[in-house]
Ligand binder design. Structure first.
Ligand SMILES: Nc1ncnc2c1ncn2[C@@H]1O[C@H](COP(=O)(O)OP(=O)(O)OP(=O)(O)O)[C@@H](O)[C@H]1O
Length: 597
């Protein structure tokens, strides 16, 4: 996988060609009285959810739906968005309809959202005022490049386009063969209609995207066997369309065999996304893969699954995994006239029948004058389907018309100017535009979810919180704590610090005067996985105690053995038991008391 770093500032032509200028939008509706703007799908979702909560209260299923908000974040969100939930009982049929709409809320088009707003009387959730019908709002930030202000540009809404523009270079680096992948980590910008919920929806965010280029006729993956038995929670399109949010648990192998997930490569990356999220501390029970519905799919996607994480804000899309087919390379190639293809030498030459067009060039100049090159280039870039249909018209009427970019009106061509024929040739090389499988990670959303999933309170003392970051992702791996400020402990503390520094293990010394229990507790809250304690024995024999954050278990051994255990657990995937098997279990009376202090 080749990492590339492309520009954020993107010329208009690139994003016009990729379809973003015309199609990268969300639906917004305006309150003409207050000037407030709402994102239509979020508005419908919030209002219907609030009505369902009110219904639950009226049925006596919750005591007070306003007070029953899951947590502070939800309360705050509700206060701002839906003033008060009213305890109103709904008809059973209406409850069912609302639930079905919510299950497929991501799949509605703008006009459909408008119909829902009208049908269910959804207006400004605070004042009840009727809103304007949903309008498409392009999410890209526009800018002018250069001093003349003539060259229009945008801040990139995704990192992908830069990778597609570099396709030929990437292909060359990969010996002109697929499969291969490129990756990019960088900022993307979207002019979100209503940014909210902290890091979850922001206008500038860090993205990490992989573009994996693969033969469209062979989307198998050489390492599929390694991941095929991983079991995942899938929420496929048909389940959502039936109004349900009940996931189906299957292995990736089964999901691909049944064609629920379109192909091996897409399945492979879904599984690798899962492995990555597990490694960094996501709670498995709060992860599902939801398939996009037909309407929801981006303009370029052939199939798409979102890795969604459950947080206090509900299920949040954190990683998208799309099969973008050959869309991007095809449109860029058509626009730039630069071939973006893989050439595969065939062991057995094949016969290929194709439509071909011949131009009687000497007639083009006199007939089309300055437009002749544009017309010629349009004709030479016509797809096989286009050629077939024009050949039919030529046969039937002796002429056909086309619309050419940059030429006014329609252009008419007759059988003196062009000849279109199907010809069979023997080919020794197969040329194809690769398909692209794209896992796209939103780093802010993932980090936020890891924080939520890692946070808990000790049952014995609710005030003591812990962030259970896996050692690999914890910013500080070790808290180095001398038992007291006694001068005898200083040299050995300095020495252990030196060894940790040399071993490149990030650590922090806490030699403050507070009790050791308090020092452990505040570092548990920062997510530091290990405590290395230095006591008077350490000064004599260089032994230290190693404490594990979540279980508070302690073991003892030489400085070297303890550091080896930390290294094995943090970087080599060993469990606590495996990593500390050569160390001695340890219960220090003073410390045990301090722990409960
Ligand atoms: N405004 C944003 N703020 C933070 N992260 C974002 C934002 N928009 C997208 N992302 C992240 O980038 C990833 C890939 O972008 P993608 O285009 O698939 O998102 P999207 O479907 O437009 O997201 P949403 O439907 O939530 O607007 C998402 O999975 C998400 O993690």
């Amino acid at each position: 996988m080749l990492e590339v770093d492309c520009t954020m500032l993107t010329p208009y032509e690139v994003l016009k060609t990729s379809g973003h200028v015309d199609k990268f939008s969300d639906w917004m509706c305006r309150d003409l009285k207050t000037g407030e703007i709402f994102r239509a799908d979020h508005l419908v979702e919030e209002v219907l959810e609030a009505r369902l909560k009110g219904d639950q209260e009226a049925r006596g299923l919750v005591e007070d739906a306003n007070a029953a908000a899951k947590d502070d974040a939800e309360k705050k969100k509700r206060k701002k968005k839906v003033k008060q939930i009213k305890a109103v009982k709904l008809d059973d049929d209406v409850v069912k309809e609302y639930e079905e709409i919510l299950a497929k809320i991501d799949g509605y088009s703008g006009p459909e959202l408008g119909e829902l707003m009208e049908k269910y009387d959804i207006g400004n959730p605070v004042t009840g005022e009727t809103l304007e019908s949903p309008r498409a709002f392009n999410l890209m930030f526009e800018t002018a490049i250069g001093p003349s202000g003539q060259l229009k540009g945008y801040l990139r809404p995704e990192t992908a386009q830069g990778q597609f523009l570099n396709f030929n270079k990437l292909l060359e680096f990969n010996n002109s063969k697929t499969p291969f992948a490129s990756a990019s980590i960088g900022k993307s910008f979207r002019n979100e209609i209503s940014p909210r919920a902290g890091l979850l929806r922001v206008r500038e965010f860090l993205m990490a995207e992989i573009e994996h280029f693969v033969d469209p006729l062979d989307k198998s993956h050489p390492k599929f066997n390694e991941i095929k038995d991983i079991k995942l929670s899938f929420l496929p399109r048909d389940v959502q369309e039936a109004g349900s949010t009940e996931p189906i648990v299957k292995t990736v192998g089964e999901a691909v065999a049944s064609r629920m997930v379109d192909n091996e490569t897409l399945g492979y990356f879904i599984a690798r996304i899962y492995q990555f999220l597990m490694k960094i501390g996501v709670d498995e029970s709060k992860l599902r893969f939801r398939q996009h519905m037909a309407n929801e799919m981006a303009h370029y996607a052939a199939d798409c699954w979102d890795g969604e994480l459950k947080t206090s804000y509900g299920w949040i899309e954190c990683v998208g995994c799309a099969d973008r087919s050959a869309y991007d390379l095809t449109v860029h190639s058509k626009k730039t006239k630069e071939k973006l293809v893989v050439r595969q030498k065939l062991d057995n030459p094949i016969e290929v029948t194709k439509w071909e067009i011949d131009l009687t060039k000497k007639l083009f100049g006199p007939k089309f004058r300055k437009d002749a090159p544009k017309v010629e280039s349009h004709l030479l870039n016509m797809s096989q389907d286009d050629l077939a249909s024009k050949a039919e018209l030529l046969k039937a009427n002796g002429k056909f018309t086309i619309k050419v970019d940059g030429v006014d009106g329609e252009v008419e061509l007759d059988d003196k100017l062009v000849k279109i024929e199907q010809r069979t040739k023997v080919e020794h090389v197969r040329e194809y535009v690769p398909s692209v499988i794209e896992p796209s990670f939103g780093i802010g959303r993932i980090i936020y979810s890891v924080f939520e999933h890692s946070f808990w309170n000790r049952p014995e003392d609710n005030a003591r919180s812990v962030l259970s970051f896996p050692p690999l992702v914890a910013p500080t791996k070790v808290l180095l704590v001398p038992l007291s400020n006694h001068k005898d402990l200083v040299p050995v503390t300095t020495e252990v610090a030196k060894i940790l520094r040399k071993s490149q293990i990030p650590f922090k010394i806490d030699d403050s005067g507070v009790s050791i229990g308090k020092r452990y507790a505040r570092n548990d809250e920062l997510g530091t996985p290990f405590g290395v304690t230095i006591d008077f024995e350490s000064a004599k024999d260089h032994s230290v105690t190693l404490r594990e954050r979540d279980s508070t278990k302690q073991v003892r051994g030489s400085v070297e053995d303890v550091i080896k255990a930390i290294r094995d657990i943090t970087y080599n995937g060993a469990s606590w038991e495996e990593g500390t098997k050569d160390l001695t279990p340890f219960i220090a009376q003073a410390e045990a008391e301090a722990e409960t202090d």
